[in-house]
Write a protein that binds this ligand. Sequence first.
Ligand code: ZN
Ligand code: ZN
Length: 268
Amino acid sequence: MFDYHVHTNFSADSSMHMEKACQAAIAKNIQEIAFTEHLDLFYPNCDLTWNLEYDNYAKEIDTMRAKYGNQLKILKAIEVGLHPSVYQESRQFTNDNQFDFIIGSVHLADDNDLHEGYFFKDKSLQQALEIYFLTINNCVKEYTDFNVLGHLTLIKRYLHYLESHWEDVNWEDYFDIIEDTFKTLIDTSRGIELNMSGFRYNLNCSLPTLPFLQLYRDLGGEIITVGSDAHCESYVGKNIALGYDLLTEAGFQYVTTFEKRQPIFNKL
Ligand SMILES: [Zn+2]
Ligand SMILES: [Zn+2]
């Protein structure tokens, strides 16, 4: 198994030491782990700094590879938060430094963050979802310097701000925009991520769910990674096996891993 979305204390919202994550991965028979630390150069309404100290990070990866490299493949990776005001700076960062794998994620919509709920103010559920999916569509078209689109439907975590729940939403209403987003990714040799964190946010589902995976597959999508989005040891590798079952159910025969930003297809 491969866990392609893990945050350590090089990310502002995690205090997990990389070594603990490596040990947890080995204990759970994970063969590859990607440390996808945050880089969100524009993040309003938040006191944390979403920067990555690359040199220290790279040094720690080297130390971990020397110590655990014979039991675990360790990937140098990053989760870039996409926003037009920082495209250039973000691109510069990933060009100047070496990564095996890059997730592109949308954590904001309408220039506001989803997490604290500012985005949802004075919006209906339908407006919020439409803006959210259009924001992602724009980002994917404007910014191509990543391998997979992270946690599509992350907005499900925050629908309580509108006193709603993801199960109340008719997601197919947005499939036209999403289809266009998927086609853009496929045409540019990029893919999507199946993020399993929804199972620990009381959503009891993956991000995204099976109908989205089927749509992506039906459009010819092949590049897909699975990640726990763990921020602590106990979640490393969590629900990855379930993610592979979902991929099989959606018609995928392979799960993707990366090396020096090139996809590798592993039989499920
Ligand atoms: Zn994220
Ligand atoms: Zn993440």
